[in-house]
Write a new protein. Structure first.
Length: 60
C-alpha cells in the first residue's frame, strides 16, 4: 500500500496535468499514506484514494 502511494507520488510530476491538480493529488497521497500508517486496510484505502483522484480529475 505505502509503496504504491510512493510510486504514484513519484510519477505525478511527469503527468501532463495542471500544477494545481498535481498539488491536490499530492495532498491526497499524504492523507492516505497517513491513514495506512494508522492501520487502515490497504485495499480499502487504495480504492478510496483512486476514487478521490478520479473525482479530482473530473472536476478539473
Amino acid at each position: 500500500g505505502i509503496n504504491i502511494i510512493k510510486n504514484i507520488h513519484r510519477e505525478i510530476y511527469d503527468l501532463s496535468i495542471s500544477e494545481d491538480l498535481k498539488i491536490e493529488i499530492s495532498k491526497l497521497l499524504a492523507e492516505f499514506e497517513y491513514r495506512l500508517s494508522q492501520g487502515g486496510t490497504e485495499e480499502i484505502q487504495l480504492q478510496a484514494l483512486l476514487a478521490n483522484i478520479v473525482m479530482l480529475n473530473q472536476s478539473e
